[in-house]
Write a protein that binds this ligand. Structure first.
Ligand SMILES: Nc1ncnc2c1ncn2[C@@H]1O[C@H](COP(=O)(O)OP(=O)(O)OP(=O)(O)O)[C@@H](O)[C@H]1O
Ligand code: SF4
Ligand SMILES: [Mg+2]
Length: 323
């Protein structure tokens, strides 16, 4: 099997008092073994919805209208709660934006890191503690033998995120999902965390990573492949090298021309493009980007474009590529 995660034609709606939000439409992407895939797009484009679906954690007002989410070949959407619980936190780990919300504040780091190894019945308590200390050392916590008995609030924001990464990797998962893991940190800490993730990924850990961000610079630095989302659709995807050198969808092109630093300098936010993201309850007919697209032409208002090949492994959803 080439891919750890394979999302195919995923379509998800949310029912709300205002109407039905078409949050994801026909979303397909792959996370290959040992690769880092960046998922980028402005606020509300569906990144977190995609991640929740991949974890089998869709909100109760959400409905999967179609598609599948294959993790190591098995459809997450069809798994029992018991199977899901045995995968989550073990084979698939998560790191979120704010470590304070993911680390239970009333437990010490030692307790947190022991609890997460609860499925490893053969490991003795002192063995679990030793592993946790070793893991803390690997993520750069100084004096881990002492610090392990401290509580999350006794660490700075950057250190808490390092602990969250240690907890996510201690089970040696096949897939690590990071949803905006550095957005709450300042630029220096962000750079350190990215460096740490890359370093861990390049050495001891075999995990594939799905890395959600709205920071194009970070994606360029960190990832092997990139998936660009817009208003609930994947509008372009390919290798980082290919996509940054040959952006083919007018939205990606606009993002990259707006960003003067291009690949070299990290921009903290996505550059702004004139116009607004469409209302996902009442989508425009045809191409979802048409109201903001400087290149729109006659066919764009009729039907939504299908993904078209730009090069091997690089595709974009635009009529300019395949009328
Ligand atoms: N439970 C829900 N009920 C109704 N609408 C929802 C729900 N969850 C998400 N949405 C809507 O679905 C769309 C996608 O939201 P999502 O949170 O996935 O975006 P995002 O790309 O993660 O944004 P951000 O960058 O702000 O985190 C948005 O329009 C959002 O308002
Ligand atoms: S399909 Fe048309 S409107 Fe959509 S991005 Fe391409 S040119 Fe622009
Ligand atoms: Mg989000």
């Amino acid at each position: 099997m080439d891919h750890v995660l394979s999302i195919r034609n995923l379509t998800i709606d949310f029912d709300t008092p205002r109407g039905r939000v078409h949050a994801l439409r026909d979303v397909s992407l792959e996370v290959p073994h040992r690769k880092i895939v960046g998922i980028v797009g402005e606020s509300g484009c569906g990144k977190s919805t995609l991640i929740s679906a991949a974890l089998g954690l869709l909100a109760s007002n959400g409905t999967v209208r179609g598609g599948e989410v294959l993790f190591e070949g098995k459809d997450i959407l069809k798994m029992s709660q018991t199977d899901l619980r045995s995968i989550r936190g073990e084979r698939i780990s998560m790191v979120f934006q704010d470590p304070m919300t993911s680390l239970n504040p009333v437990l010490s780091v030692a307790q947190l890191m022991t609890d997460i190894q609860y499925r490893h019945l053969k490991r003795k308590p002192d063995e679990k503690r030793a592993r946790a200390i070793e893991m803390l050392r690997q993520v750069g916590i100084p004096d881990p033998e002492q610090r392990i008995d401290h509580y999350p609030f006794q660490f700075s924001g950057g250190m808490r995120q390092r602990i969250a990464i240690a907890m996510a990797l201690i089970t040696n998962p096949s897939l690590l999902i990071a949803d905006e893991p550095t957005t709450a940190l300042d630029v220096t800490l962000e750079a350190q965390i990215i460096h740490l993730l890359r370093e861990l990924h390049g050495s001891k850990f075999q995990s594939s990573i799905a890395f959600v961000s709205h920071n194009l610079g970070l994606i360029a630095e960190m990832c092997d492949e990139v998936v660009v989302m817009y208003a609930g659709e994947v509008i372009e995807q390919g290798s980082v090298r290919d996509l940054f050198h040959r952006p083919s969808h007018p939205y990606t092109q606009a993002l990259l021309t707006c960003d003067p630093a291009r690949i070299k300098k990290a921009t903290r936010e996505l550059p702004t493009i004139p116009g607004d993201v469409p209302n996902l309850i009442d989508l425009p007919q045809g191409c979802v980007f048409r109201p903001r697209c400087p290149k729109a032409f006659e066919p764009c208002g009729k039907t939504p474009p299908r993904p078209a090949a730009v090069a091997a492994g690089h595709e974009a959803r635009c009529f300019l590529l395949a009328p």
